[in-house]
Design a protein around this ligand. Structure first.
Ligand code: C5P
Length: 213
């Protein structure tokens, strides 16, 4: 008997809590987790490392095509500035095509996956078993990112991070190809109104219901 893969799509803006939720769900459900933001970050990082510009589509396409997606190092790629750089190359359709293909392949491999990103429910896995859109106010998201950086022993400026978050939202929501928006059938989880623990419990209840259906 063959089961179709269990695919859980989690989208939302930067620092919304979707990554934490996705990791917790992956552990709880024993499903692999793919943080698709790391793929865009890896392309941006490779360009920055080689001192290449972030606005040359040909170079970005070549870099994406040569990337080894099995070696994504969260420790290096999670830096706030790399997220900003990633959103600049994420506007390029041909880069997206290459990365989306690899992401889809991962999601469709049994037993399935928790996929987190910006366009999972709308583009990468429109037929996902269940979809969530995790959000929070820009102020709360900026404060979370700020606390995270301080906790890691680095210095940060709240106002600068807040401005970056607004700019990143604008770029991610305003791009032509695969803009960030909730899929029509996504469940909304607003983490400015509930803790990540409550969001996790709500997600588990909805997943159990969806699987039973
Ligand atoms: O989620 P994360 O902050 O790591 O994503 C970095 C950037 O990569 C986002 O701001 C967005 O521009 C891009 N991204 C995307 N589609 C995804 C995941 C990330 O465009 N599925």
């Amino acid at each position: 008997m063959s089961h179709s893969p269990l695919v859980i799509a989690i989208d939302g803006p930067a620092a919304s809590g979707k990554g934490t939720l996705a990791r917790q769900l992956g552990e709880h459900l024993n499903l692999p987790h793919f943080d698709t933001g790391l793929t865009y970050r890896a392309v941006a990082y490779a360009l920055l490392q080689a001192n290449l510009p972030l606005d040359d589509e040909e170079l970005a396409v070549k870099t994406a095509a040569n990337l080894d997606l099995s070696k994504l190092d969260r420790n290096i790629l999670s830096a706030h500035e790399i997220g900003t750089a990633a959103s600049k190359i994420a506007v390029m359709s041909r880069v997206r095509q290459i990365l989306v293909e690899a992401q889809r392949k991962f999601a469709m491999t049994p037993p399935g996956a928790i996929m987190d990103g910006r366009d999972i429910g709308t583009v990468v896995c429109p037929d996902a078993t269940i979809k969530f859109y995790v959000t929070a106010s820009p102020e709360i998201r900026a404060k979370r990112r700020y606390d995270e950086i301080i906790q890691n022993g680095k210095s940060a400026d709240y106002e600068e991070i807040f401005a970056d978050i607004l700019k990143r939202d604008e770029r991610d929501m305003g791009r032509k190809d695969s803009p960030l928006r909730p899929a029509e059938d996504a469940h909304l989880l607003d983490t400015s109104k509930m803790s990540i623990e409550n969001a996790f419990q709500k997600a588990i209840d909805l997943i159990e219901q969806a699987v039973a259906d």
